[in-house]
Design a protein around this ligand. Structure first.
Ligand code: 5AD
Ligand code: SF4
Length: 470
């Protein structure tokens, strides 16, 4: 990445004790982008503000996957006017929502005090945008529609020192009919394996223990290159070995060899691309957590078809069964959308049935929200709000019953956990997670943070378990 503008702004800001604040409003990919934004801001001599009122620059990293993210942004933007008037704070908005023309128009019309609007393909140009604002005192709009190339070498300021996320690919080619992501993040572009491996090795050296590989469709890693007939066979150097990476499965196997990393997670795979080589890699790699996020979205074949998910209820169930046969200790988490257009009571009951059968460890539940510009926006028979909410509550109830039952299974068992830090609510308590992502609280000394230890589970509470050292 070019650092010319970082250096220029850093010089202008030097000795001024300037501060920044950032609002991260989206998924883990969005969070990972925010870590890069913070990295750039810190190199430009801004330090993190304790309170937003102290900030000289405020950055909003937006999301547009569901409607509530918009409401949150506009609420916060209204509050920014006072800050702008009081101290001339620079206001910058970036992220997925800024790739939607209607949103940019709305901001230009209703929030004229916003200085910088940048998109998902121009993140690396934020330093230049800030420079232009400082020099010309005029707003900048820096958005492009074409897929940005993958930029390496961003400065990065990570939020955590035990767990880190590493983006392996950008964009999505799937066009699920409810989803805005392919329109705002562009087509799939995979990072080169060696760049990913270098980043993970660097994290391992810094003491990170858990890596989450990120992408909209991780198990099609490198596939789009194959479609474009580019070479996808890479020889990578790892520790003292040379390996070939040519797929997601081989990438997992390579990262599994990096010394110091204890756990590898990945989100999100697509069920339609869950090939046997990926299942075998998960089985064989000791560091890959045996919790697989397998987005279901709906349990009704008819709705899945309307969603363009490219699998049926039976194919999904068979996939879960096949994975479980090959990796008996595996558990699943999932995403479910309730109230997709045309969803009948029977369709919804199919979703409930799949949930009952697969017994997901974790469910991320969403009420369908219309995204302008997606095919589902135009579908007739949108489900009334009241029905959507009522179904959501039914699913939530079933999920909570499943969690309560599963929690009981944990009691008296020994679990291996990665100790992540102190509990947010009680500093005498440490907190960690099992491979299955269950939160475990226990009493222990601080030097355990970052270690993988065994605990006996002594009691269960809805969203966490209590453990004891053995
Ligand atoms: N409405 C509700 N949920 C959605 N998701 C994506 N688009 C929508 C939408 N329009 C959910 C999907 C996806 C998760 C990240 O967000 O379940 O897997
Ligand atoms: Fe959206 Fe589907 Fe792509 Fe996921 S796979 S980002 S839900 S279009």
């Amino acid at each position: 990445m070019e650092t010319k503008y970082i250096e220029k702004v850093a010089k202008m800001n030097s000795g001024k004790n300037l501060k920044y604040a950032i609002y991260t409003m989206g998924c883990q990919l969005n969070e990972n982008d925010s870590e890069r934004i913070c990295g750039m801001l810190e190199e430009m001599n801004y330090t993190k503000a304790e309170k937003v009122e102290d900030a000289n620059i405020v950055v909003f990293n937006t999301c547009c996957v569901r409607e509530n993210a918009e409401d949150r942004l506009f609420g916060k933007l209204g509050e920014m006017k006072r800050l702008k008037e009081a101290k001339g704070t620079i206001i910058a908005i970036g992220g997925c929502m800024m790739q939607e023309k209607v949103m940019v128009e709305k901001i230009n019309n209703s929030y004229p005090y916003v200085d910088i609007i940048f998109g998902t393909h121009t993140l690396h140009k934020l330093p230049e945008d800030i420079y232009q604002v400082l020099i010309n005192n005029k707003g900048v709009e820096d958005i492009i529609d074409i897929d940005g190339e993958i930029i390496e070498g961003f400065p990065i300021k990570r939020n955590d020192n035990i767990k880190a996320s590493v983006t392996i690919m950008n964009g999505c080619n799937n066009f699920c009919t409810y989803c805005i992501v392919p329109y705002v993040r562009g087509r799939e572009r995979s990072r080169n394996p060696q760049d990913i491996i270098n980043e993970v090795q660097c994290l391992a050296k810094q003491g990170y223990k858990e890596i989450t590989l990120l992408g909209q469709n991780v198990n099609s890693y490198l596939v789009s290159k194959k479609i474009n007939q580019e070479n996808i066979s890479y020889e990578v150097a790892i520790e003292d070995e040379k390996l070939i990476v040519n797929s997601f499965a081989t990438l997992l196997r390579a990262i599994n060899k990096i010394k110091g990393i204890e756990r590898i997670r990945f989100i999100s795979p697509h069920p339609k691309d869950f090939t046997n080589d990926v299942i075998e890699a998960i089985r064989d790699c000791d560091k890959v957590c045996k919790l697989i996020h397998l987005p279901l979205q709906s349990g009704s074949t008819e709705i899945l078809n309307k969603m363009n998910r490219k699998y049926t209820k039976e194919q999904y169930l068979n996939l879960a069964k096949k994975i479980k046969e090959k990796i008996p200790e595996v558990v699943f988490s999932t995403d479910i959308i309730v109230g997709f257009p045309g969803e009948t009571e029977e369709d919804f009951n199919n979703t409930m049935e799949v949930v009952n059968q697969v017994k997901f460890e974790q469910i991320f539940m969403f009420i369908y929200s219309i995204r302008v510009g997606t095919p589902a926006e135009k579908m007739e028979d949108q489900v009334p709000e009241k029905v959507k909410h009522e179904r959501f509550e039914r699913l939530k109830k079933l999920y909570e019953e499943l969690v309560a039952k599963r929690n009981k299974d944990y009691v008296d068992k020994v679990q291996t956990i990665l100790v992540e830090g102190k509990s947010k609510t009680n500093s005498n308590i440490l907190t960690g997670r099992t491979e299955s992502n269950k939160v475990i609280n226990f009493e222990g000394s601080e030097d355990l943070i970052g270690q993988v230890i065994k605990l006996k589970i002594v009691s269960e509470h809805m969203w966490y378990l209590k453990g004891e050292r053995i």
